[in-house]
Design a protein around this ligand. Structure first.
Ligand code: NAD
Length: 508
């Protein structure tokens, strides 16, 4: 049994479905190509699963649930322990697949897998974090305790930009808590998910506990409305996530949707200059800006505005090429349409009066004439009303805004509807503390540009970057993937005098 992408019938590989423990060819007539964004080579064809296949995946998950729910927690954790061993063993293979289908550099791809692996490691400890609470003697002979039980069939819908990490944010935590899962990875780069699924099956997951289907809007809508689905986790763009949240909620599902972003880094003039500017440039252009935690706005406070030329000079040194080329700092955008969109936004920035300090649009990459490349692009003099400030660009474009004071910077960030992440660069503890206290953004870096919390915490993007109360991984994921049952219990002790019997318990 394997997720092998080759097929005898066709020279182009096909991406399989995983239903009830078997990797199967879809019977659909609708297929899309998975394309290497640096070369345009067609790597595989991905099916848009039929309604029957979607239903079969949910049915397999529903059938597996009662047994999996009652599988001892130690057994579930040991499967995760094995999965972490296998992911660690295959890290380079997974990263190579990821670079091929997504475009990011091999170093970034390894980071993508590794950050997911850390969630699997955390899942291995679920026994100590899924515990309930117990309080004895709430009344005479009465104890009350809570148990955290799984909820049933959970669905995960993931974006293209972290094809390993984000699926691993979802299914290991859901499954280790005793749920069964249907994953719908991005149809733009589904192959890494299939390799992860192969490892999960090899680690010992019983049939039906993890299922994978492919598709776009139709598949997502079917899963969000399916009567046997209890919870939906989504990570992706704001318009789609808003739709998913409404649809899933309307159908009575528990839903968490992590959405788009516009992350600001505030640079004070007392910042450690070398480290701060290097960090700013790395966070703006790494992974070609296709990170939900990319810094897309640099807010230069006071004399820090004099550092624009230095920021541009650093950005010029970055090497843009295919992700698997040695020395690559950033690779291509995911698709031709993403490239066209980013180019159009850069044109809008010029039209609306921002100063184009560095223009990546003319870039040619030796050996990759067809790649979806755009080089680092920097605007200064950006104003909040401009399209390039309002829209999430999701490309290697940094908007620089100059303000006079830290208060102005805080007001600017807080007025932006997104709340995924932000950072401050300063050597002043007082300034950093004020920022941490007053900023209305869910994840804050202090001299750290991309403050993605490790899995012992949770991902806590906020405001316009999130719908639903609970975030992915960490304790919040345990809360999301379990429901609390509160038990009030009284046991009668025959040895105790009979006047206890039939006594009405008062909890007042
Ligand atoms: P996307 O919204 O286009 O796609 C996400 C998922 O939704 C995919 O599986 C896709 O198949 C599905 N989908 C697409 N269109 C749909 C529709 N009309 N109806 C229902 N489902 C649909 O996002 P993307 O382009 O793959 O990923 C990039 C976006 O994800 C960016 O906005 C980025 O900020 C965001 N993102 C957010 C986080 C976070 O934690 N907040 C993390 C990573 C990415």
């Amino acid at each position: 049994m394997s997720a092998d992408f080759r097929t005898a019938a066709d020279s182009v590989a096909t991406v399989k479905l995983l239903i009830d423990g078997r990797f199967v060819e879809s019977t659909t007539s609708e297929w899309q190509e998975v394309v290497n964004p640096a070369t345009q080579q067609v790597l595989a064809r991905v099916p848009l699963a039929t309604a029957g296949e979607l239903d079969a995946a949910v049915a397999a998950a529903a059938a597996a649930y009662p047994t999996w729910k009652n599988t001892p927690v130690g057994t579930r954790m040991r499967i995760m322990l094995k999965l972490q061993e296998l992911v660690r063993r295959d890290l380079k293979k997974l990263a190579a697949c990821l670079t091929d289908e997504q475009g990011k550099t091999l170093a970034d791809a390894e980071g993508d897998v590794f950050r997911g692996l850390e969630v699997v490691e955390h899942a291995c400890a679920v026994g100590s974090i899924q515990m309930g609470e117990h309080l004895e003697q709430l009344a005479d002979g009465v104890d009350v305790y809570t148990i955290r039980q799984p909820i049933g069939v959970c669905v995960g819908i993931t974006p293209f930009n972290f094809p390993a990490m984000i699926p691993l944010w979802m299914f290991p935590m859901a499954i280790v808590c005793g749920n069964t899962f249907v994953l719908k990875p991005s149809e733009q780069d589904p192959m890494t998910s299939m390799l992860l699924a192969e490892l999960a099956i090899a680690a010992g997951l019983p049939a039906g506990v993890l299922n994978i289907v492919h598709g776009g809007k139709a598949a997502v809508d079917t899963l969000c409305a399916h009567r046997d689905v209890r919870a939906v986790s989504f990570v992706g763009s704001t318009p789609v996530g808003t739709h998913v949240y409404r649809l899933a909620s309307t159908h009575g599902k528990r839903a968490q949707c992590m959405l788009g972003a516009k992350n600001h880094a505030v640079v004070l003039p007392d910042a450690a200059r070398e480290q701060s500017l290097n960090a700013l440039v790395g966070a703006a252009f790494g992974a070609a800006g296709q990170r939900c935690m990319a810094i897309s706005v640099g807010v230069l406070v006071g004399k820090a505005s004099e550092w624009i030329a230095e920021i541009v000079a650093r950005a010029r040194t970055l090497t843009v090429t295919a992700g698997n080329e040695p020395g690559a700092d950033l690779g291509p955008l995911i698709s031709k349409s993403a490239l066209a969109r980013v180019r159009a936004l850069v044109a809008a920035g010029v039209e609306e009066g921002a100063t184009l300090e560095l223009d990546g649009r003319g870039l040619t990459v030796a050996g990759y004439p067809d790649g979806n490349f755009i080089g680092p692009t920097i605007f200064s003099g950006v104003q909040p009303g401009m399209t390039i400030y309002r829209e999430e660009i999701f490309g290697p474009v940094l908007c620089l805004v100059s303000v006079a004071t830290l208060d102005d910077a805080i007001a600017l960030v807080n007025a932006n509807p997104f709340g995924n992440g932000t950072g401050i660069f300063t050597q002043s503890g007082a300034a950093a503390r004020k920022f941490q206290n007053e900023i209305d953004v869910g994840q804050v870096g202090i001299n750290v540009p991309i403050p993605v919390p490790l899995p012992y915490f949770s991902f806590t993007g906020s405001r316009g970057s999130k719908l639903g109360d609970l975030g992915p991984y960490g304790r919040q994921a345990i809360q999301f993937y379990t429901q609390v049952k509160t038990v009030t219990a009284r046991w009668f002790d025959d040895a105790v005098s009979s006047d206890r019997v039939n006594t009405t318990i008062s909890l007042k």
